[in-house]
Design a protein around this ligand. Structure first.
Ligand code: NAP
Length: 199
């Protein structure tokens, strides 16, 4: 099995890499420190990545950034960060990537708990997560050649508490093990159009 993992150098990407590396050949992609360089905010860059990759059995995206800030202070430009990166970036990986998947292959995108359980400063991230969830549910019914598509929605990881825990007061962090298994389920399971929630 061959997996294209975009965002592999990040916190969640590293977890997915560790979880799947014994079962698959993994091609990593990201802005730097990866086999292939890609900027998911650029459709042209995504096209170039797929040209280099050829055919794979699973495309997993864990790349994405968002602006965290008070709603009253948030500018349209700041909100565009999540729109371009987490929302359009992930949608474009699917729109441009179907031909890169073998028959019955799968997409796994990344959302997050903020669409279900809001925090102060989290509106832009929540918006992007919700958009990706709706896209996954709809796109699943039109996927050709038995292709599947799911999203994994993590809460904050134990390993991310030091950096972002102050934003998530009262949330119970989850182990990297549970996050890795959620991606494994999406990649190797049979479900499609689903969210795999790790809350
Ligand atoms: N960590 C958590 O606790 C948690 C919980 C719930 C949801 N999430 C969501 O999961 C996603 C990943 O989170 P993370 O904590 O793993 O983030 P992270 O550690 O900051 O890693 C992000 C990864 O994405 C890559 N990346 C960023 N922008 C990119 C772009 N435009 N094109 C290509 N690659 C890009 C980064 O590459 P470079 O390092 O080369 O820039 C890095 O590999 C985010 O959407 C986040 O909201 C995270």
């Amino acid at each position: 099995m061959k997996i294209l993992l975009i965002g592999a150098s990040g916190t969640i990407g590293s977890v997915v890499l560790e979880e799947m590396k014994k079962d698959a050949e993994i091609i990593t992609a990201g802005i730097e420190n990866s086999d292939i360089t890609v900027d998911t905010t650029s459709p042209e860059s995504i096209k170039q990545m797929y040209e280099q990759v050829g055919t794979v059995d699973a495309i997993v995206n864990t790349a994405g950034i968002e602006h965290y800030g008070f709603l009253k202070e948030m500018t349209p430009e700041q909100n565009q960060i999540a729109v371009q990166s987490k929302l359009s970036g992930q949608v474009n990986l699917v729109l441009l990537g179907m031909d890169a998947l073998s028959d019955n292959g799968s997409f796994t995108l990344t959302t997050g708990i903020l669409m279900d359980d809001p925090i102060v400063k989290g509106a832009s991230a929540a918006m992007a997560n919700g958009g990706v969830r709706a896209f996954v549910k709809s796109a699943a019914i039109e996927m050709p050649r038995g292709l599947r598509i799911n999203h994994v929605s993590p809460t904050i990881l134990e390993v991310s508490v030091e950096k972002n825990g102050h934003l998530f007061e009262g949330f119970e962090p989850v182990s990297s093990r549970r996050i890795g298994l959620a991606y494994r389920k999406s990649i190797l399971g049979a479900q499609t159009g689903e969210g795999i929630y790790v809350y």
